[in-house]
Every structure is written in structure tokens, then in C-alpha cells.
Design a protein around this ligand. Sequence first.
Ligand code: GLC
Length: 592
Amino acid sequence: MIEMNRMRILLVVLMILGVDGFAFSQDMDKMWGEQVMKLKAADAERGQLFEEGNYAMFIHWGLYSHIGNLYKGKSYYGIGEWIMNRNMANIPVDEYKLLVKEFDPVKFDANKIAKLAADAGMKYIVITAKHHDGFAMYHSKVSKFNIVDATPFGRDPMKELAKACKSHGLGLGFYYSHNQDWTFPGGGNGPKKNADGRNVDFKYYYENKCRAQVEEITTQYGPSAIVWFDTPGRIPEEDVKELVGIVRKNQPKALVSGRAGYGLGDYQTLGDMEVPHENVEGIWETVDTTNDSWAYAWYDNYWKTPKEILHRLVSTVGRGGTYMLNIGPQGDGTVPELAAHILRKAGEWIRRYPQVVYGTDASPWKHALPWGDVTVKDNSLFLCIFDMPKNGRLHLPGLKTKVKFAYLLGVKKKTRLEVQTQGNWTKIQLPPSISEKIVPVVQLELDGQPEVDPCWGIDPSVETTILAQFADVTGAKQEKKSWMEKFGEWKHVVRVWKWEKGGKASWQVDVLKPGYYNVDLTYNGKDRIVWGVDIEGGEHIQNQQNSSHNYQRFPIGWINFPKPGRYKVSVSCIEGDLAEASLKALHFTFVD
Ligand code: GLC
């Protein structure tokens, strides 16, 4: 795991060493560009599919899928669409371009893929028309390096997919790498000389390929839902303006992704594989993988379970966003069976509870709750239970709006549930047996718009995790950190670290059931660390535990909340390498 600062140091070293590393692996997340949410009510028609659909399929498919992260007998680990890149197999341009002769995805079936997306409950598809490698997965007239002219396949899969999406009532959008082109002279991180050996710049690529291809993908395939530009890097602003103008002209209803750059897109795309923990205002999307790579990687069988997919989908919608989940078809055009299986399984659940996902708004709690998460439609709350409370009692802290009815949603009928309030808490008793095996859903009919006091409720029936992200911090540093496990496999956390003596991270919590709670902390750091946990005006506990450079969970001990009510809880780092001790979360579990 390379922490961001170390990566920057590495890049500077590479630059000093004169290795042109910077141009190649400039902080990928910095390459995602500056994004602002701009879609206004007036643009509602343009963003409808995005706003209402809330769930879509991302498809990374290209020449790199034929390689599948296995090149000349060697496996490369990381995001498969970067196989040509120096960070992966570092394949010379001419050698990479020769692979077109072998790329013949005869098993590609656009209808099957569109049906899979529809069965999965997705509302539109965004597929890679051209990725960073510069290979066009459609019939381009401005570059012969395309699937129709250069491969034995000779068919235009985008034409077939446009037809299939139409027949399945799905929107279709195209991913287009407008800045990076690793095989066209002048392209971002591409060759510096053209075929006559003359030095060329970005303008050469832009005027001879990029602009014309954006015209092509926005005119040749019927209505487009989204044009998904990526890694704008250092593309000139006026070029982005012109490209966005081309989309507006040819596809007035299409959205432009935030990664167009310079805030010229219509909405924000968070970091790769990032599901936020706190509500995000405006129009935005999470893009995620079904395993750890966008494009097909032969070894990557680390699939998300249907429940994990639903958890990340509901969490994204519960934070106010749209979830776009990726598949990476193989070199023969087929979708890995396990990827299809998990999408279908999750899709079955969505068909049982469409009201939870489509056209819904963010949770009034602004963050997840210990047993799961919430989406909203008018005066209805949909409580999605991912961690069943052991006594079947669902606790809601701080709900101010009166509950008229509570139902357990079921396929055939909905079961009325008993609701009680106690102080600042609403309690809902679930029946002893529940037929829904994946994620049970409770619908609350409220007596008006949901209003919530966003305190952190410590749940007596299920473990409560509170993130360092939500702490008030003094004498320490609170910051976001993103890093790559395998190349391109992004992880994101907001940590509290760089502790000073007496530094504190504090949270306001609400306790319903007094008594002892076991406290664990999740952190990383160096060697043994002594942490303290305090209840203001109450108990102090501390303990020494080891640490590792991976975020790991360690027990601190039991702490007593003497009576129901509101408390200020704090964590401090007392001994050890205070600078490197990096807190991610604390966990409370009631001790029976
Ligand atoms: C990053 C990667 C790119 C991938 C994209 C998906 O920008 O560079 O390969 O297509 O994320 O979000």
C-alpha cells in the first residue's frame, strides 16, 4: 500500500532521475480533474435518467480485454485497461497495436448484455468507446485503429449495443478518454513523434483524432444518455469547452461527466470505487467494480456478493448519488458468468423493492445507521437492514417526525409493525422470522417530511461504528486519504492522525440503554500505541495495542454509560508514534 505522500515523493524522485514517470502515473486521482455540480432544475430533462435511475452499468471492454492481464505468459496485477502502460506490462506502441490481429470477440452478444443490465435493475449503460490505449471500439473514420477496420471481428459492437439498449428500454452512453491516448502521436501520455518522425503536440492529436471522434460517437449511434470523459489531466480548457459544445449540439439531452475537466461537466464523479460515508450535495455518481478491476483480468475472482452490491448501491443512493457498477467482458466478448450471476441476484431484490432505489432521495440521517441505511420518497422512509439486530429490534435515533405506520415489506403482503418511542429514539419490533433473506426492508409512513436530529445513536442491539470523519478534532489532523492497493484499485478514508499530546477526536453520542459497551478502534500506525477513550464527565479507559500499516481493528475495553442520554465521547492517542497513529473508526458493542 503506497500512501499518497510517499507516492508524491516517489514521483519527484523519478523526475529527478529524469525518468518521465510524472507524465505517466501522475496521481491518477489528480487526473480526475476539478468538478463542480452544475445541473440545474432547468436541465432536469437532461439528467432524468441519471437522477431517477440511480443505478447503471459501466462496461470496460477493449483490446486490453483480449490480454486480460496475462501478457507473454506473465500476469500483471491491477486495473486491466492499463495493461499497456508503464505501471503494468509496459508494451511498446507498435507491439500493442499488432494485437488487433488476434482480437476477435465472436461471442459478443449485445442483446445478452442489454438483457443482463435490464435484469440487474440498471437503467442505462456507459461503455468504453475509446479508452486511454486509443483503440476505438466502434467504426471510426478518422482512425483505422478501430475494431471494424483493424480486427478479424469486423463488426461495430456499438451499433449492436445501441439497438439492444433501445429494445430493452435502456439509455446508452459512451466513455471517451479525451486527454490520454497512448498510441496516437500527441495524445496525453502518448507518442511524441508522428509517423514521419516529426515532433507533435497535443493539438495534433486533438485536431486529427479526438475532436472528430467525439463528433462520431455523438452522431452515429442515436440518442446518448451520457458522454463520460475521463482523466482530463492537462488537456487545454478551450478543447474541453469545444468537446462539451459538440455534445450539447449533437446530444442536447446527454449529460457530460464531471471528469471532462475545468468544472465543465454536468455532475461530479467521486474517486474510483468510492462510496461516501456522508451525504454529498448536488448531482454525483459513484463508479464501482464488481471485482477489483474495470477491464477483464483473468485472475480476478474477488467478486462482490449480491448483498455487498446492494449495500453499496443503497448506501450511494442513501448519500444522494447514483451508482454505476462495472463489468469487464472477456476477450471473446462474453461476460464472466460470476459477474452476471451477482448482478442478476441483486436485480431480483431490486425487482422486489424498486421503490427503495428509483427516484429516491438521500437519508435524513446523512450517514449510515448501525443496522443499515435509509432512502426516502416523499414522506416514506425505506429502512434497509444489512445487519439484523440480534433481538429483532430496530432502533432509530433522533427521528422527530411522527411515524404513522410501519410495515415490513414483503413480496406478497406487507406486515404491520409495532412502533414505540422512548426519549430521542424510535423502536420498531421486527417479527421473529422474516422471509426476505438478503436485505429486509421496513417502510415507515411519516406524518410529514422526515426531520432528524443527526446525532450518533449508540445502538444497544447491533454494533455501532462511528467514523473519524465525523469527529470534532483538536490537537490532531483530520484529512482524506486515498491510496491504491493493487494498481488502480482505490481505497478512501478520512483519518485523524498527527496527534499532539492532549489532542482529541470527539463525537456527540446518544445512548438509549445504559450499561457497559465494548470499545474497539480501527487504525493503522507504527508499533505499539496507547489509546484513551473518555466520556466527558464520566469514565476514562486506555489500553496499549499493536498496529500495522493496514487499517485493523483492536480492542480497547469496556466503558460504562451510566444512564440514557447524550454524551461527549473522545479518543486520544497517549503513547507511541503519535504522528503516524491514524484513526479510522471506533466501534461500540453493548455487553449483555
Ligand atoms: C480511472 C482509470 C481508468 C478507468 C476509470 C474508471 O480514471 O484511469 O482506467 O476507466 O478510472 O472510473
